[in-house]
Design a protein around this ligand. Sequence first.
Ligand code: PLP
Length: 360
Amino acid sequence: MIRPVPHVQAMAPYALAKMEAPPGASLLSLSQNESLRPPSPAAIAASSKALMDGALYPDPDWSELRENLLSHFMISAGEVLCGNGSLDLIGCIARTYSGSDRAVLAPEHAYPFFRSAAQMAGARFDTAPENGVTVSVDNLLGAVRPDTAIVFVANPGNPTGTRIPKSELYRLRSEMPDDVLLVIDEAYGEFADHIGESCFDMVAGTNTIVLRTFSKAYGLAGCRVGWGVFPEFIASEVQKVMNPNNIASASQVAAYAALSDQEYMRETCALTASIRDATAEQLRDVGINVFDSSTNFLLIDFFDAKAAQSADSFLRSKGAFLRPQSGAGLPHMLRMTVGSEEAMETVVDNLKNWREENTP
Ligand SMILES: Cc1ncc(COP(=O)(O)O)c(C=O)c1O
């Protein structure tokens, strides 16, 4: 029997959400941080039309989408690369710059795919302790070793939902060795853009990449379009390991149209934030601990892994699927995507019932 290469054989498969509603209950999917609204009507119309040309391969260089991103974000330094979701870009970056003799570093409770990307590249994955659920730049700096090649940081973080101030990211960049690649993953950046701390300007003249996605605020998770700003000399290397024709034509035009409809995306972010903050308050009112969030999800702390498992099973039995967080080193927590008001009401009511049944 043929065996995979050792570093692949040693890997566990990446754990995606498993969701199946029990008989009689309808499925409430709150485990993947998808948008609470469908994509912009302009995106739906554009992608439906693009299917007419479905016999043809897509634009391999995402030219129109790339131009739209460059001008919308007024990016003057660096190149834009688009991926089949930002997962694609994270994997390509890890394959290009890490390996058996070059390690990857991330915060302790970082997005678990950073670890998977390092493992796929055969690289050691190191972590730096956080201050509770907030990234510590001092600890990251202290964890950089002579063979550290890439530092991945999501801002805001997933599953934590917390933000690192831009000044801290500047400090990380300036105090870290210049030749370590810093990847700032802003998958939830649109939910925090009103604070005005996006890091695109850090790309100029440094080994820094900033990633974004159309999967969250733009509601296009099913279209698989991520993108990032890369220094030119890094973009040309990463592109070598990307699959050609990686984004379907219908997805490229959907992303283009969604980007052009900023008003719709801003409405989605505002609606999400208002439901998120109201839900956090309701949960706190019934004695459930929730962290403040700058994203489209909430992290709930049950202080005890068994209690988190029990609440998760209770909710699943009602058809509501949250995301357990053992994979991010937080087995006592569950992450809940912000859904519609009705969806949040269902979860809050069920958690209230769970507490009543489980309080001695
Ligand atoms: C921090 C972070 N980065 C990247 C991704 C991947 O997003 P996508 O591949 O859909 O663009 C996610 C998805 O949940 C995420 O939370």
